[in-house]
Ligand binder design. Structure first.
Ligand code: KG4
Ligand code: ZN
Length: 345
């Protein structure tokens, strides 16, 4: 079965063609990153994001089909990101997907963006054992889920303030390093001494299990101010490396504790921040030492992409055969959506 995936939740427009069934492969992926457009503002401008999706979505679809060497009439299934995300950006993907589904008389699967991030490691690892714990760390979300089976997830912890990637982006913005901050801090890490500065681990005043990251940003800014640390100095690189190291250790510690408290056979870490080199190497080392089966997406499938949307769309189509995928009102989807506790953050 050939599946066309459409992702437009944030500042990446992406279209992918995947083959599922007997053969399982990503045939093509066409991505337009809007980073240069948002960089001058140090963050995403929703109106620019939506307009850019609108301008490129058709062209990217043609490119993805061409790269895969197939024609639109050969596509069997459409999958698009229903949410969460920026509303203007999501609406462009929704309108495009509905139009294509209507014109080609194709079944249309609405995909939850977070469920797709969790599915991303399955693109390269077909057999990840359930039940599993999944840590989704991105620019919009930092959440831990326990999943008995695919699409049967329970939110067990979430951030109460910023997401992990958001904190990196805000710190980079404060020091005028550029946008997004995550990849920049990843590159700068090797230039600093991660043991130079200490950070207090966030704790919930109510004893809860959730994450909190905004204190990291305040601590970095406070240290820089009180010690008069300037960007480009040795102290500055030490401060950034110490921050990144503490942040990764904090997420690692909480995840390993959760692995002890839940009967999970596998651990997934996914989302844009799972592309971070330090995070990957520390999680790999500690999980190997603890005998935990860890699965990370390939770097290209960590950040937003359409292959994970197409992959998840196919899985959902198989898992819920009784839904009406030709209903363009999408009413029947809501029952099957992977959503717990109202919000994913
Ligand atoms: O999953 P994603 O593409 O979009 C959301 O769903 O939010 O994640 C984007 C986030 C940004 O905050 C970005 O700074 C972060 O992922 N990110 C990284 C790296 N690459 C992207 N953070 C740390 N290290 C990286 N290499
Ligand atoms: Zn994402």
């Amino acid at each position: 079965m050939l599946v066309l995936g459409i992702e437009s939740s944030c500042d990446e427009t992406a279209i992918a063609v995947v083959e599922r069934g007997e053969k399982n492969a990503v045939l093509s992926e066409s991505i337009k990153s809007q980073t240069p457009l948002h960089s001058p503002y140090g963050g995403i401008v929703p109106e620019i994001a939506a307009r850019t999706h609108y301008e490129v979505i058709d062209l990217l679809t043609r490119q993805a089909l061409q790269q895969a060497g197939i024609e639109i009439k050969e596509i069997d299934l459409l999958a698009f990101t229903q949410g969460p995300g920026l509303i203007g950006s999501l609406l462009i993907g929704l309108a495009f997907a509905k139009g294509l589904a209507w014109a080609r008389k194709l079944p249309l699967v609405a995909v939850d963006h977070i469920a797709a991030h969790i599915e991303a490691p399955f693109i390269t690892h077909a057999r990840i054992a359930y039940p599993l714990l999944a840590l989704v760390v991105s620019g919009g979300h930092t959440s831990l889920f326990f999943q008995e089976t695919k699409f049967a997830g329970r939110l067990v912890a979430k951030t109460r303030d910023d997401a992990a990637g958001e904190v990196m982006d805000k710190i980079a913005k404060h020091f005028d390093l550029g946008y997004p901050g995550g990849p920049l801090l990843d590159d700068l890490y090797a230039q600093g001494d991660p043991s130079r500065f200490a950070f207090t681990e966030p704790r919930m005043s109510d004893g809860g299990n959730d994450f909190s990251f905004s204190g990291y940003k305040s601590a970095v800014l406070r240290q820089a101010r009180s010690l008069n640390i300037r960007p480009g100095s040795r102290d500055f690189y030490d401060l950034l490396a110490s921050f990144l190291s503490s942040l990764v250790d904090y997420m690692l510690k909480k995840t390993l504790t959760a692995m002890k408290n839940f009967p999970a056979r596998s651990l997934i870490v996914s989302g844009g921040v799972s592309r971070n080199s330090l995070l990957r190497s520390r999680f790999e080392r500690e999980c190997a030492a603890a005998g935990i089966s860890l699965y990370l997406p390939e770097p290209a499938y960590c950040t937003d992409n359409a292959a994970m949307i197409a992959w998840t769309g196919y899985e959902k189509y198989q898992a819920f055969p009784n839904l009406n995928y030709f209903d363009l009102c999408l009413n029947s989807y809501s029952r099957a959506r992977f959503r717990e506790n109202g919000r994913h953050r």
